[in-house]
Structures are given as structure tokens and as C-alpha cells.
Design a protein around this ligand. Structure first.
Ligand SMILES: Nc1nc2c(c(=O)[nH]1)N[C@H]1C(S)=C(S)[C@@H](COP(=O)(O)O)O[C@H]1N2
Ligand SMILES: [Mo]
Length: 259
């Protein structure tokens, strides 16, 4: 597969070969309504992957998922806004979620904190929290939807991410923004979603600075995406054309995951 379509999850091509599983693949194509329209060759073309007999089902499914990402990205509109709510609608207490229990939330020192930016950006300086608070701020009350089957309404405030990307001189034609978090979580976004007016680098939750469990000191609030695409405890941001994947994405969650 060409670079930009590889998955760094350590998946190896040791699974069953495609040719041993014709009936399963046909079943899959039927379920996806692709039977009449997409041959293996067509999936190859659309996904940019070189698929052939002998490839693993795993590889074919990853290729289809990446094709699905592109279809969703194409349908995404920067003008379509996520629903907004009032203060009375805010869910209390707000649920906590992470890939570890709440007593393992990272502790980050406010004074020593510096956000790193790298990749396709003109200005690679470090950002303190007070630097970020001096930029224009926006606030939103929106619904967070977790793939695990719960949702909750919260209020987040901070710097519109488009404003931040402009300040750091990000190449806005790059394909991806990648986020690296203090708890080793990572995720990434398409540029159109990064530039969406409701995507904000949040510093506050409700009226107060983000508490530890909700992403102190900095999280990205993206109301047009599932919860796992909203990184908490952001340490570094990379603007790149190389597909960055993510913690859950690399385990099979669909990368685009728009709402
Ligand atoms: N750094 C980091 N960010 C993360 C996660 C995580 O484990 N670590 N979990 C994600 C998931 S799956 C969800 S649902 C939300 C939960 O955010 P909350 O604790 O503010 O409800 O954070 C997302 N961002
Ligand atoms: Mo989640």
C-alpha cells in the first residue's frame, strides 16, 4: 500500500487469505451493497491500495474503511453546525471516560505546561496557557457522543482552532492534524473538520479551567465528531500529510467518525 494508507497498529498479514474466504467476502460485499458495483479491483482503485488474491480479509476491510473515510470527508460541510443547547441542558455530573480509570488521570503542572506545534507550520514556537488565553476565545454548549453508547451536554470555551492554525502559520492545504496527549493517547482529524467554526482548543469547562478528568489543561472540542476524536491533555499538535491514525482508530474504529 502507498504511504498515507498504512496502519501503524502492528497488524501483520498473517490472517486468512482472501482466496480462502470467497463466500465471506461475497457476504460482506452484499451487506455493504457493493456486490454489483465494486469488484476487488474497484475497491483497490478507490482505496489506493493494491489488493489482490492472497491478501488478507483484514487488509481488504482496512482499505474499505479508508475509502469510507474519504466518502465521509467529501460529504462533510464546514457550514453545517452541530446543535447547540442552553446552560439548563448541561449534564451534571458530566461522565468521565478514558482508556484507564479516573484515578489514573495525568497531573499536569499549569506553570510548566508548553504546547508543542510541529510539521507543516511556519511558526514552531511553544505555547503557554496564558499565551493561549490571550488569543480570541469562543464558547459552546454542545452534545458529546461516545461510541460506547452514552452522550452528555457540556460547555467548553477556548480558542477557535482555525484561529490557532492561522496563528501558527499552518499549511491549511495539509491533509491531517495529529494530536499527541500527555497520557499517551493520540488521535487525528481531517483539515476540513479542524477548520470547522465549532472546533475549539478548549481551556475551560463550564466557568472554570478544565478539571483534570476532563482534559486539563487543554483539550480539543469537536462537536461534529464522536467523543474519541476529542483529545484531552493535549501535549503536541502536528500538521502533516502522512496518515497519523489514532489510539482507537488503529484498533478498528472508523477514522472519520463524523456525527
Ligand atoms: N487524552 C485522552 N483523550 C481522550 C480519551 C483518552 O483516553 N485520553 N478518551 C476519549 C473518549 S473515548 C471520550 S468518550 C472522551 C471522554 O471525555 P470526558 O472524560 O470529558 O467525558 O475523551 C476522549 N479523549
Ligand atoms: Mo468515547
Amino acid at each position: 500500500m502507498p504511504s498515507g494508507h498504512e496502519h501503524s497498529s502492528g497488524r501483520k498479514s498473517t490472517g486468512p487469505a482472501l482466496s480462502d474466504h470467497r463466500p465471506e467476502l461475497e457476504g460482506l460485499q452484499r451487506r455493504l451493497f457493493l456486490r454489483k458495483t465494486l469488484s476487488l479491483g474497484a475497491v483497490s482503485m478507490l482505496s489506493g491500495c493494491n489488493l489482490q488474491d492472497g491478501d488478507t480479509i483484514d487488509k481488504v476491510l482496512w482499505a474499505m474503511s479508508r475509502w469510507n473515510d474519504r466518502a465521509q470527508a467529501w460529504l462533510f460541510s464546514q457550514h453545517k453546525l452541530a446543535p447547540v443547547y442552553t446552560e439548563a441542558d448541561v449534564t451534571r455530573p458530566f461522565p468521565f471516560n478514558a482508556f484507564y480509570p479516573e484515578d489514573s488521570v495525568p497531573e499536569i503542572d499549569e506553570m510548566g505546561y508548553r504546547l508543542e506545534v510541529s510539521g507543516m507550520v511556519a511558526n514552531k514556537r511553544l505555547w503557554s496557557l496564558s499565551d493561549l488565553r490571550q488569543l480570541p476565545q469562543a464558547s459552546q454548549i454542545t452534545r458529546h457522543v461516545c461510541i460506547e453508547g452514552w452522550s452528555a451536554i457540556g460547555q467548553w470555551s477556548g480558542v477557535p482552532f482555525r484561529t490557532f492554525l492561522e496563528r501558527i502559520g499552518a499549511d491549511l492545504t495539509a491533509r491531517y492534524i495529529s494530536f499527541k496527549c500527555a497520557d499517551r493517547y493520540y488521535t487525528s482529524l481531517d483539515m476540513a473538520t479542524a477548520l470547522h467554526p465549532q472546533t475549539i482548543l478548549a481551556l475551560d469547562f463550564g466557568k472554570d479551567p478544565l478539571p483534570p478528568q476532563y482534559g486539563h489543561p487543554l483539550k480539543l472540542r469537536v462537536p461534529t465528531k464522536l467523543g474519541f476524536k476529542n483529545p484531552k491533555h493535549i501535549a503536541a499538535i502536528v500538521v502533516t500529510n502522512d496518515y497519523p491514525g489514532g489510539y482507537w482508530e488503529d484498533q478498528g474504529y472508523n477514522w472519520f467518525s463524523g456525527l
